[in-house]
Design a protein around this ligand. Structure first.
Ligand code: COA
Ligand code: AMP
Length: 637
């Protein structure tokens, strides 16, 4: 069946479409109800089915005779390590760790935070939790202890699994001390911290709640998976919202497993046994879906890469990994390609490697600019597929479904809706707009299996953030338009979320930290264009009057505060002092205007502006700090 045929089937008869896909999984109990609703009247998939995702990712493949196949290839240029982990070995590690967790008192329904670098033990930890029905919440290593503490208070983990340290370019990340600091800050106190010592010569500060990971596993035995219902949460993954408080996306088990298995074949075009590589981090949704669960559910070998596209050791790393491990499909963010292109503009490193195994290069996580797309295609000589999704969806919403039919690639578009997603572009009144007209990108309910179940502990925020703006539709938070052929072009977030190097960050959260500096009267943080990272945050601060300020010192302190409170990943490196901020007469800061001035976009000065003379002040601050190039065309409304 071609794309159109399959897509139409998924929209006109979703129940039979997804029933058929669910049958590809080895459920303990096949679901008889395919699509129901929860107490909030929100769609739920496969409610009475029973399964275990860890079983499907590991045991099932061993039962089918593939125990000796590599499940994971761990490639770590930062520690000069390579390890091939078979399904047998994965089974041993995961089932023993699950036993260890059980001995410590963790059971189905408990929560457990995983704060780990890109090492196999991070995957073992996720799968061990899944084996017990323990709900894991992986926190990205680039977040500081304060952020970790917020997540500890929200999901109240019984245990935290961590490692002694991680490695960033030129520095060691002290994971265990960060965990201790976070626990000291948090109101909720986990009972245990299970620490994997990487033996990298780092001191591990001891606390009474510590348990040694290796010792725990060595004393344990392999245990069987615990059956859970389809809607049992597999994990909580925190993502940035428009307030200072991150939101915990709840993922189910059965719908997610069904969707991921479907996507491996139909979106990414990989078959069982193929090598698949998503160069992301387990702390992000890409890591959850396409480093861990998707490939393992589909019996692919997944590459676990602990490194960066550049400097580990150079811009050839990606190509070495593809060629050495015979990667068939690779997935990364456009920013990674831009970083490589900057170091190796003519793709000289690419020519050195045999990339004949590579069939498709997928890109996502941020808008893909046409130059990056065309450079990648020219040098890799394979179809380069931009696709669009988000933490909430858990798997692609727009893509060129190459496993079904490779369609025309249109630069700037993430292609067509993926099966199950009835994507509609709506105007402010909730009416679908014509082709070529920009609007809000929404999905008509029901969302297909695999998407968020709700927000952890906050069903009200779930409803107000996603479902209330357009009743009957899920609102993605992105703007975009469709062309005459139905290709969708995502133009960017319509809220205060920014995307820095493929990382989704909340400017509201940064503003909270900036505003708390004792010298700051008011501030605005917003995203501006960055050639490498797509966007980067820029902070403008107005200082309290009547005090003698050292402006440069205050900027440095504010930057340090954000790094300390949110983490290095926030990437706030520019904070400028201004006399005033442009506001509407009702006092709302005109952040979009501030961004447009810096990004050289044509902009309108809103008629509601309180005082238009501020614009020239802002422009001159930008100019003297080399922010933007200032060829703006100014229209006055
Ligand atoms: N643990 C601790 N710190 C981390 C971290 C982690 N797991 N990941 C990133 N950081 C730190 C970085 O070291 C950097 O610190 P610095 O300001 O001291 O240099 C900071 O957070 C910002 O990181 P990043 O935005 O990633 O910038 P970078 O300059 O280190 O690297 C790229 C730039 C483009 C090479 C890098 O962003 C990249 O590889 N991106 C690929 C895209 C990707 O994986 N996206 C995930 C979603 S698909
Ligand atoms: P995250 O939840 O961290 O995966 O971030 C999701 C957000 O990243 C989306 O809402 C988009 O704003 C952006 N995004 C992801 N993929 C793309 C893409 N292919 N094109 C444009 N924006 C994207």
């Amino acid at each position: 069946m071609n794309y159109q045929g399959l897509y139409q089937k998924s929209i006109t008869d979703p129940e039979s479409f997804w029933k058929e896909q669910a049958e590809r999984l080895a459920w303990y109990k096949q679901p008889s109800t395919i699509l129901g609703v929860d107490k909030y009247d929100y769609p739920q998939w496969f409610q009475d089915g029973k399964l275990n995702v860890s079983y499907l990712c590991i045991d099932k493949h061993i039962e089918d005779g593939f125990g000796n196949q590599n499940a994971i290839i761990y490639d770590s240029p930062v520690t000069n390590t390579k390890e091939h982990i078979t399904f047998y070995k994965l089974h041993e590690e995961v089932s023993k760790l699950a036993d260890g967790l059980q001995t410590l008192g963790l059971k189905k329904g408990d929560t457990c935070i995983i704060y780990m670098p890109m090492i196999p033990q991070a995957l073992y930890a996720m799968l061990a939790c899944a084996r017990l029905g323990v709900v894991h919440s992986v926190v990205f290593g680039g977040f500081a202890p304060h952020e970790l503490a917020i997540r500890i208070n929200d999901c109240k983990p019984k245990a935290i699994i961590t490692a002694s340290s991680g490695i960033e370019i030129q520095r060691i990340i002290p994971y265990k001390p960060y965990v201790d600091e976070a626990i000291a800050l948090a109101n909720h106190k986990p009972e245990h911290v299970i620490v994997f010592d990487r033996n990298l010569g780092v001191d591990i500060p001891y606390q009474s709640y510590d348990v040694d990971y290796t010792e725990l596993v060595s004393k344990s035995v392999a245990i069987e998976p615990v059956a859970v219902t389809s809607n049992h949460p597999l994990y909580i993954l925190y993502t940035s919202g428009t307030t200072g408080k991150p939101k915990g996306i709840i993922r189910d088990s059965g719908g997610y497993a069904t969707a991921l298995k479907f996507s491996m074949k139909h979106v990414y075009g990989v078959e069982e046994g193929d090598v698949y590589w998503a160069a992301s981090d387990v702390g992000w949704v890409v890591g959850h879906s396409y480093i861990v669960y998707g490939p393992l559910l589909n019996r692919n070998t997944t590459v676990l890469f602990e490194g960066k596209p550049i400097k580990t050791p150079d811009a050839s790393t990606f190509w070495r990994v593809i060629s050495e491990h015979k990667v068939k499909v690779m997935f990364t963010a456009p920013t990674a390609i831009r970083a490589i292109k900057k170091e190796d503009p003519n793709g000289e490193f690419i020519k050195v490697y045999d990339l004949s195994s590579l069939k498709y290069q997928f890109l996502a996580g941020e808008r893909c600019d046409a130059a990056t797309l065309s450079w990648t295609k020219q040098h890799l000589k394979v179809p380069v597929i931009d696709h669009w999704w988000q933490t909430e969806s858990g798997w692609p919403m727009l893509a060129n479904m190459v496993g079904v039919e490779l369609m025309e690639v249109k630069p700037g578009s993430a292609s067509m809706p993926v099966c199950g997603y009835d994507i509609q572009i709506l105007n402010e009144e909730g009416i679908a707009v014509k082709a070529g007209v920009e609007g809000y990108v929404t999905v008509k309910l029901p969302l297909p299996p695999g998407c968020l179940l709700n927000l952890w502990g906050n069903p009200e925020r779930f409803k107000s953030g996603y479902l209330s703006k357009f009743p009957g539709f899920y609102f993605s938070g992105d703007g975009g338009y469709k062309d005459e052929d139905g290709y969708v072009f995502i133009t960017g977030r319509v809220d205060d979320i920014i995307n820095v190097a493929g990382h989704r960050l909340s400017t509201a959260e940064m503003e909270e930290v900036v505003a708390s500096h004792k010298a700051v009267a008011e501030c605005a943080v917003f995203g501006v264009h960055c050639d490498l990272k797509g966007q980067k945050p820029l902070g403008l601060v107005v200082l309290k009057t009547g005090e003698n300020h050292d402006e440069s010192l205050i900027s440095k302190e504010v930057i340090k505060d954000v790094r300390h409170e949110i983490g290095a990943v926030a990437s706030l490196k520019d904070v400028l002092v201004v006399k005033r901020l442009p506001k509407t007469r009702s006092g709302k800061i005109l952040r979009k205007l501030l961004r447009n001035i810096s990004d050289e976009l044509e902009y309108n000065v809103p008629s509601t502006i309180d005082d238009a003379t501020i614009i020239s002040e802002i422009e001159s601050v930008y100019k003297s700090n080399q922010i933007g190039i200032h060829k703006n065309i100014i229209n006055h409304e």
